[in-house]
Design a protein around this ligand. Sequence first.
Ligand SMILES: [Zn+2]
Length: 421
Amino acid sequence: MRIFLSFLAVRSAGLVKLTVPFRISEEIRRNTQKHPINTQKHPKQKHPKQKHPKQYAEIPYQKHPFHFVSSCASFNLPFSSAALFLLIIILQASCYTLPPETSNKYPLLRLQEKYSIYLDATWTTKDAAALLKVFEAVSPELLNPQFSSWNISDDALKNGIKIEFKDKSKHVTISRDALPTEESQEIPSPEKRLFHAVVQFITENGTNRSAIKLIMQKRYGIDVPSHAALPPRTKNNTAKGYSDFSNEDLMLIMSVLEEFPQALHKTPQLKYIVRRIDRIDDEDRGISSAMISRGYITFAESIFLRDHYHRHDTRKIIAHEKAHFLWWHVFDHQLKKDWAKLGGWQQDLTSESGWSTTQERSAFVTEYAYTENPDEDMAESIGFYFVYPDRLRSCCPEKYEFIHNRIMLIYGKRWSPSNPM
Ligand SMILES: [Zn+2]
């Protein structure tokens, strides 16, 4: 291709030669002659205004092209200059069409144009591409036109990000360990930590409620209605029995939902979540539950009021309830059948849950998983897989492998064109 373009350049230069040879040769001649004169007399200091017009006027106008003679060859100078000039333009133009250079610049330009994000020299092209991927995945509607400059630091930062305001502009520092690495490619979501950092940025450290609710809706398909707008569920269970999630609650829920592979983020049957106030006379006090047929999850208010140590348990409960929707609406018959076999489950009409197991309690991660059914066993095991993986691995290594290989890796490889992360 380039050879062909070079040939074109040479042919084009031939045409140039016919039309503009004299102007080029004249200019070259002037440039060649004026330097010796200037250096001899330092004319700029003595006659700065008169010198150049006089000199040019004294040079006779030559209509013969100037020839440059080297020790190797003799060229027609205007011809070769024009050819060289065109050759450079054509070769440069052809270079700009090469995919590697275009892809190198694309993340930087896209971040600047769409998100007003400017990266400093600490960012590699690969890092920039990862950042762009996360921004594009969160939601196209979440534009942040305010200028911000971003750098990478080796320091460990809370949530992988630090947002500062200096000189009336926003400065963002990303912790290097929040960026995906080569080793993390096998994990279903290698950009997970970077995702959390970007969500902190977009939601202004978890304070912008409309941004939080938009991410909940766009990424996980879950609405967060105001408790006052909730329809009564039972005669005694009116809107008074519910409260609104705090922003912190929603940030926690999002971080757990993000743990699931991208292909499992949205479950169409899970439409919204509610937060129920625990009452002393409430027989369901402190209990969260997935309302599978009605399309929502009820979270007990008390699970969000625990201290930091017990936040792990809260995370486990959130993952558990989400897993019920997967069991009933996503996992296929074979997967559920294999899971039941792994747990020694068999249907038992004499049992309160309708199921019993042939295995010992030690083969289950909790008492609840042991006494209920394959569905609860799966929900408990998935909750532990995310929050206490070592405990699941030690009690039930085959179940850990089952969840890892049959669910997380399989769904982690499924690509969704609407949400490529
Ligand atoms: Zn359950």
